[in-house]
Structures are given as C-alpha cells and as structure tokens.
Write a protein that binds this ligand. Structure first.
Ligand code: XMP
Ligand code: MG
Length: 183
C-alpha cells in the first residue's frame, strides 16, 4: 500500500498499541470508575480518530466519545494559527470530566485555543492526551498530561495523520518520500 511513498516508519503498529495500553492505564488511574458520571473523550477530527478509538477500547473504565472538528492548517504542512470550529460538540460538558484526545501537538496553537474554548464551558476537569508531540510544542504553555511519543520536527503521516487527506489509513506513523511533496 502506498508503495514508494513511505520514506521511513517512525513508530510501528506494535509500538502504538503498546503505548496506547500504557496510556490507558495512566488515564484509568486518574479517572477511576465510580459514582460519578463517565469520562468524556473529546476527539479532534479527523486526525485523532484512530488513536481515540484504540484508546477508548484500551481503557478499563467507561468513557463516552464526543468529537470536534477544528481547522488550523488548511492543506499545508505548517501551522497558520487560525483556528475555526467546523463541528462543535453535540452536548453540554458542564460538570463533566473531559479528556481531549489529540493525534499530535505541534506548535500547540490548536490545543491552547481548544483548551481555552472548552474551559469556558465549565467542565469538572479538563486534560489532554496526545499520541505525538513535536519539540515546538514543549515551548508553549499547554499542559499535555499524557503524551505517547516525542518525535523529531518532521512532518509525519499515518494512523489518522494525513497529507492531502491521504495516508490516514496506515496502521503506523511514517515520514513521506520527497517525491510525494514535489507532486
Ligand atoms: P498545532 O501546530 O496547532 O497543530 O499544534 C496541530 C495540528 O496540526 C496538524 N499537524 C500535523 N499533521 N502531520 C500531520 O499529518 C504532522 O506532522 C503534523 N503536525 C501538525 C494536526 O492536524 C494537528 O492536530
Ligand atoms: Mg491534516
């Protein structure tokens, strides 16, 4: 599949699954099953879909799935800083424990905007779980409670991440061969 387009595999399918299980344990320890209402996972479309569904299935505590779509990128590979809500939550999160599930935190602009936006809705708690984090993200003041992998500052695809809507369906994280960008 996509033969010739992949330059190198950065994170294998097995590594992703192992890490997801690890993160699920950490999350479950912080949100024990009990008298309160279920944890709400807010997945950021479309990139976080694969990670979110795997994380939810790995979690040993109940969670409910909600989705938001925001746009910060257009079709380019660098952050614009402009965030727009394309699809909002379907429900009220007042008084609920909310965990934002992200595919990747790069500049952190999208996430810091999203955190501020969701915080105004008065959730009981608000935290972030991201599968990937790039070095620039460490510079901004966005607390990511759970991080899967810190990766180099390269554009990556697979496992939800796309280039021009392609490669989301790869089960691993990879870098693309230069000819793909050259068209
Ligand atoms: P910021 O810079 O706001 O960006 O933290 C977060 C969003 O940008 C996208 N993004 C990427 N998408 N490969 C991708 O396919 C990448 O290497 C990459 N870096 C950032 C992604 O949508 C993320 O939610
Ligand atoms: Mg994208």
């Amino acid at each position: 599949m996509y033969s010739g387009d992949i330059a190198s595999v950065l994170i294998t399918e097995q590594d992703i699954q192992d890490k997801t299980a690890e993160l699920a344990k950490l999350v479950a320890a912080d949100y024990p099953e009990g008298g309160e209402e279920d944890l709400i996972l807010v997945g950021v479309l479309k990139g976080a879909v694969m990670f979110m569904t795997d994380l939810a299935r790995a979690l040993p505590v109940p969670s409910q799935l909600e989705f938001m779509a925001v746009s910060s990128y257009g079709s380019a590979t660098t952050s614009s800083g402009v965030v727009r809500i394309l699809k909002d939550l379907d429900r009220d999160i007042t008084g609920r424990h909310v965990l934002i599930v992200e595919d990747i935190v790069d500049s952190g602009l999208t996430l810091s905007w999203l955190m501020r936006n969701l915080a105004t809705r008065n959730p009981a708690s608000l935290a972030v779980c991201s599968l990937l984090r790039k070095p620039d993200a460490v510079k901004v003041d966005v607390p990511v409670a759970y991080v899967g992998f810190d990766i180099p500052n390269e554009f990556v695809v697979g496992y939800g991440l796309d280039y021009g809507e392609r490669y989301r369906d790869l089960p691993y994280i990879a870098t693309l061969a230069p000819h793909v960008y050259e068209g």
